[in-house]
Ligand binder design. Sequence first.
Ligand code: PXP
Length: 236
Amino acid sequence: MELSVNIDHIATLREARKELFPDPVYAAVEAELGGADGITVHLRGDRRHIKERDLELLRKVIKTELNLEMAATKEMAQIALKVKPDRITLVPESPGEVTTQGGLDLLNLKENLKPYIANLQENGIKVGLFLDPDPEQIKEAVRSGVQYIEINTNEFSKNPKSRDELIKIARVAKAARREGLTVHAGHGIDYKNIKGLLTLSEITSFSIGFAIIARAVFVGLRQAVNEMIGIIKGAR
Ligand code: PXP
């Protein structure tokens, strides 16, 4: 059971003043010292937080797994092939959104993602898709050839006491495992609502950003990560 720490919001803070600090590269090292199994960044088309400079330095500096979240565009593929992160999570992206709104809708995509995914994989990068907990999406994910999915936990996170959302996630996680896909989860997860998700043995990795960075303001990033690691690793 692993934790990839999303450090985008360290860059959000930097960009609020167009400064050179706080540096997400420094944050990544602190997250690793706190026990993170990996570092996640989302390079957005508008570069509102993470920049190419961050990605390039992170590739050189971090010792754990680098996960790049990105939209499936030509521009991003070029950057990814240059930087070669360990894995890429493809996400939908629309201009102006505060954060990622929902998973990719594979049933209604205009473009065929299969060759795009294959090209990244041929270059040694693992590829996954960020999807809502919908069994129909899983069938399409299998056809696309990805190695993993990340289940969007946003709805669950808003209402963690609802059994329905957890059951939906559990069903999709099981279906994905049956098809041989690795299952990750992310979006809106915090120190409390993660407990329900920890009961699902199919999930092998969590991607968590906002809650950890927000806690880090008070206790420091290394400790904020370490507390989440304690919850995750202590659960199994
Ligand atoms: N997974 C994906 C695909 C995301 O887009 C985000 C948000 O950047 C996260 C996980 C992390 O979400 P949060 O910041 O709410 O923990």
